[in-house]
Design a protein. Structure first.
Length: 132
């Protein structure tokens, strides 16, 4: 028995949202997720379209971050990629990616750019270099 609540605490399961269905899944199992991420390579989930499962723009809500978000939307439309672009301003979620300078672009749960606003043409080149 511990005094004043000090002592060993039960380990909490770290829950992360799935990129394609948005439900929470734990690190240990993916029971709460409707997709199975173990079957695909280079994607964050099994619902990859044209090699891209999800694209996220991480930012603080400033003008530069909004410009980056719009440029990513334009690049996705130009390349005819059928995926949603998510704009994340929650600092806890941003820090979970290890991003210290914004805006940042995350493709398939991998940070591919941070700290500068890329033009639409640069984003298209970046996505093509990833094999899209």
């Amino acid at each position: 028995m511990s005094i004043f609540g000090f002592g060993k605490k039960k380990e909490e399961e770290k829950k992360t949202p799935c990129c394609c269905c948005g439900t929470e899944k734990t690190e240990v199992t993916s029971e709460a997720c409707y997709c199975d991420s173990s079957d695909t390579d280079n994607t964050c989930c099994g619902k990859a379209v044209d090699g891209i499962c999800c694209i996220k723009v991480l930012g603080a809500g400033c003008k530069s971050c909004h410009d980056q978000y719009q440029n990513v939307i334009n690049a996705v439309a130009e390349m005819n990629i059928a995926t949603n672009v998510e704009y994340i301003t929650d600092m806890e979620k941003v820090m979970a990616y290890g991003v210290m300078s914004m805006p940042a672009i995350v493709v398939n749960e991998k940070v591919v750019s941070m700290g500068k606003v890329l033009k639409t043409a640069d984003i298209v080149k970046l996505l093509k270099n990833m094999g899209v």
